[in-house]
Design a protein around this ligand. Sequence first.
Ligand code: PMV
Length: 359
Amino acid sequence: MDYMNLNAFISKKTTPVDYLTSWEAPSNIALIKYWGKQDSQIPKNPSLSFTLSSSVSKTEVSFKPKKSGKFDFDFYFEKKLKPEFKPKLQIFFKRIESYIPWIKEHDLIIKSHNSFPHSSGIASSASAMASLSLCLMDLERHFFPSMNKSFFYQKASFLARLGSGSAARSVLGPVALWGENRTLETCSNLYAINLGEDLNPVFKSYQDTILLVDRGIKVISSSKGHDLMHEHPFASNRFLQASNNLDSLLPIMKSGDIDAFIKIVELEALSLHAMMMTSTPYFILIKPNTLEIIQRIWDFRMSQKIPICFTLDAGANVHLLYPLEYKRHVLSFIDTDLKSFCENEQYLIDQVGQGARKL
Ligand code: PMV
């Protein structure tokens, strides 16, 4: 790790203030998957994601000068006090306190809300941690107003990473890249960057329709899954495969070669789940309906010559990815052929978005 860079993220102590801010941050879906990490959420391979648009977390933080005792906070989710979420947030604050030492002089009330249905199987940690980190950075910018925009987002992504690795990628859009790699020197293991200029217009409005196959509680948490990569017999080849896939995908994101895009994205999704199925202990997150949907996507792609493809997160839900111009055709295919394989016939229509915003 580059400790020179790390020092740049340590801010000074300041005089505590009363401050209220709220930020909205989107969820993201990885095309090149992050699965396996070292200490401090340093990824074993680079990852790349589409930032989403409608699936967002909104977080409001009220800061007050601390009256007495230790640093403390209350956390509300969907308007209800949720003490059961506190331990995860306590770990997060412990990890970031040396970078924002002023936090210890404040009491916080955090209120968070998700646009997507609760327990829909959509991971909310990325959008939640990103929106919270942006609120923290908002107060830091209030303390240090000369801070430039690029540092603001860089440090927000840096803090978000310490909450949940993939949250580093939920700060910026439309495509975020996290982790050192051979092709882009500006990338870092500490925070995500925006792919920006090097993105073909077709991807700026790319569609992600999320088929909710199973809303159940995950059999294994993503942190446990990352840990299992330490002893995984295929780990080093998997990390190399992901890096190579990223090298191949970057020029495709620029050229807009959708057929080549599909081959890498589906390979990444299945490789992620192959790692899960070959860990010790092994586990399976996909369901029979996930496979049924995948088969139907392939049949539809062949017969209709429409370039849709799928990717998977750490769960059974299927993300259906396709260019905007096919939206009507694909939604009608979902209605007739796919929705019956979703729990309560539910799916979410989303698309690539621009990243977080202040409310
Ligand atoms: O950010 P975490 O620790 O929840 O890990 C996320 C892992 C995947 O969602 C499966 C892949 C990814 O790159 O987002």
